[in-house]
Design a protein around this ligand. Structure first.
Ligand code: AG3
Length: 283
C-alpha cells in the first residue's frame, strides 16, 4: 500500500492512502502531485503538503469567500492572491455583480487543477468576470494602482514560494489596494500545530489595521484540528453584522452553499480561550 506522508509539521504527519497517482512532477517553482484517495477524492499537494481535495474543498473555500463577502454586503471587486486551484474563484462567481482578479505565481497549478479536478474551479476559469494573472502576488500588489473590496490570500503555508505572503511588507501593500471599508482574509494554518504563525500574523496585521481577528473552520485534510482564517479591516462593524442582516444578504445574493450558513458565519468568530490566550500572551 502506498502512503502519502505529509511533511508539513515536524511532530505530526497526515498519512493518506494513495489509490492512484494521476500526476507528479516538479513545476518551475514547486513539487506538485495529484492522487486519488477513497475519502478525499482527488488530492493536490504542493511540496508535500495537501492543498486541495475534491471532497472537502467546499468547506475551506465557502468559509474563505462567503464570510467576507456577506459581512461586507456590497463587494463588487475581489482579489485572490494564490488560489490557483480555482476553488475561491468558483465561490466568488456565485455573486452576480462581482469582478474578480486572481493572481497566482504558478500557471501549472491552474492548468492541472482545471484538468484533473475540474469540479474545484467549476468553470470559473472560463467566466469573463475572472481576470487571471500569472505573476508574483507580492510584486503585483506593490505595483498595482487598482483597489478591491475583499482581498483573499489563499496561500500555501509560510514555507517555499508562499512564505512572502505572510510578511509585514506584503500585508501593508495589500492594505494600500483595499477600498475604504474593505477586508483582507488570510489562510492562517491550524493553531494547534502552527500557533507561532497565528501569533505572528496577528502582530503583523495588528500594526496595520483597526480590527484584526480570526475565524475558524475544521478542514478534514488539514491535520491538527480547526484552522484559522485571519481577518483584517479598518471597519470594525463588519465583524458585528447581525445574524438577521447576514441571513437577509444570503437570501438576496441567491447563492447556494453546502457548509456556509449565516449561523455558522457568526459562530466561526467565537474563539476558544486557548486561542485567545495565544494571541494576547506576551513573549
Ligand atoms: N491553501 C491552503 C493550504 C493549506 C495547507 N495546509 C495544510 N495542509 N495543513 C491552498 C490553496 C487552496 N485553494
Amino acid at each position: 500500500m502506498q502512503l502519502f506522508d505529509e511533511g508539513l509539521h515536524s511532530g505530526v504527519n497526515l498519512a493518506l492512502k494513495v489509490d492512484k497517482i494521476l500526476y507528479r512532477d516538479q513545476t518551475d517553482l514547486q513539487d506538485l502531485m495529484i492522487f486519488e484517495n477513497k475519502n478525499f477524492g482527488r488530492v493536490m499537494s504542493l511540496d508535500g503538503s495537501v492543498q486541495t481535495t475534491e471532497k472537502d474543498e467546499f468547506i475551506y473555500h465557502e468559509m474563505f469567500v462567503h464570510v467576507p463577502m456577506l459581512a461586507h454586503g456590497n463587494a463588487r471587486r475581489a482579489l485572490i492572491v494564490g488560489g490557483g486551484d480555482g476553488g475561491a474563484a468558483r465561490q466568488l462567481m456565485k455573486y452576480r455583480d462581482i469582478a474578480v482578479t486572481m493572481v497566482d505565481i504558478d500557471r501549472t497549478v491552474v492548468e492541472l487543477s482545471r484538468k484533473y479536478m475540474p469540479s474545484v474551479s467549476g468553470g470559473a476559469f472560463d467566466d469573463p468576470r475572472l481576470d487571471l494573472v500569472i505573476a508574483d502576488g507580492c510584486k503585483f500588489v506593490k505595483e498595482t494602482d487598482e483597489t478591491w473590496d475583499v482581498i483573499i490570500i489563499d496561500s500555501t503555508d509560510p514555507h517555499g514560494p508562499g512564505e512572502v505572503l505572510y510578511t509585514q511588507e506584503f500585508y501593508s501593500d495589500c492594505k494600500s489596494c483595499l477600498t475604504p471599508g474593505g477586508v483582507i482574509i488570510t489562510q492562517n494554518g491550524v493553531p494547534f500545530v502552527q500557533e507561532e504563525e497565528l501569533r505572528t500574523s496577528y502582530q503583523r496585521l495588528g500594526r496595520l489595521f483597526q480590527d484584526v481577528s480570526f475565524y475558524l473552520a475544521a478542514i478534514p485534510s488539514y491535520v491538527g484540528g480547526i484552522m484559522a482564517y485571519g481577518w483584517a479591516t479598518d471597519d470594525a462593524s463588519l465583524r458585528k453584522v447581525s445574524l438577521s442582516t447576514l441571513a437577509a444578504r444570503y437570501v438576496e445574493a441567491g447563492i447556494s452553499t453546502d457548509y456556509y450558513t449565516p449561523e455558522v458565519h457568526k459562530a466561526a468568530f467565537a474563539l476558544p480561550l486557548n486561542i485567545q490566550k495565544a494571541l494576547t500572551r506576551d513573549e
